[in-house]
Design a protein around this ligand. Structure first.
Ligand SMILES: [Zn+2]
Ligand SMILES: [Zn+2]
Length: 213
């Protein structure tokens, strides 16, 4: 599985593109810069087969209308975030141009329960990790020791909990779940550089606080 990370938009949200030998691709969190994402897809000759979203914040969704028009495929988001991501200007950031929900015809609710999920040949587990947003999820690929974690855990930090629906105690519970993953698990976060669970267990002050260490 190939992994491409494209930092997009004003706050450099990491859009993650996974692809396989058959040139099928998943695009996770196309936050902005649809042209750049599409240029990569074209250059590599990839066929997009799905768009799983880690959560519904504007900086993770705003390119979906344009990229989906060019490369249509189903989209998935947890229902607790889908409830507002494309429709509530108060819950998401009101000054930001959100994609018109009509441009995202394939979006579906998913992952009410944690567990295995597959999109074509891509098989992963979803982990429900609320706290940063009410419907945050992470995508865990056990064979690859890979976690695509959205804004729950960052290298040396965690996602903010002061946005609508955020909650620090809930986020800390989610961190305790992540702490149980194998330490060698590679973590691709929604912003900033990648890390590992082991590194964060050792040095992330929020992780250590969540674990009472
Ligand atoms: Zn976020
Ligand atoms: Zn973000």
């Amino acid at each position: 599985m190939d992994i491409k990370i494209i930092p997009t938009g004003m706050i450099q949200t990491n859009c993650v593109i996974l692809s396989n030998d058959q040139k099928q691709a998943l695009i996770i969190d196309p936050g902005a810069d649809a042209d750049e994402i599409q240029a990569f897809i074209l250059k590599k000759g990839l066929t997009v087969i799905g768009y799983p979203f880690t959560h519904g914040h504007y900086d993770h969704i705003c390119a979906i209308g344009d990229i989906h028009a060019a490369c249509p495929a189903p989209c998935w988001m947890h229902p607790l975030d889908l409830a507002w991501a494309f429709t509530s200007r108060n819950q998401n950031l009101p000054w930001y141009r959100q994609p018109d929900p009509a441009t995202v015809p394939d979006i579906q609710k998913a992952w009410e329960k944690d567990g295995p999920f597959s999109i074509g040949p891509f098989e992963f587990e979803t982990l429900f990790l609320p706290g940063h947003s009410p419907g945050s999820v992470a995508f865990y690929f056990p064979k690859e020791h890979l976690l695509i974690g959205g804004d729950v855990l960052f290298k040396g930090s965690v996602g903010r909990t002061d946005l609508p629906g955020g909650d620090t105690a809930t986020l800390f519970r989610s961190l305790r779940r992540l702490a149980k993953l194998p330490p060698q698990t590679r973590v691709l976060s929604g912003h900033g550089p990648e890390t590992t669970i082991g590194d964060e267990l050792r040095s992330n002050p929020y992780m250590r606080q969540a674990l009472g260490a």
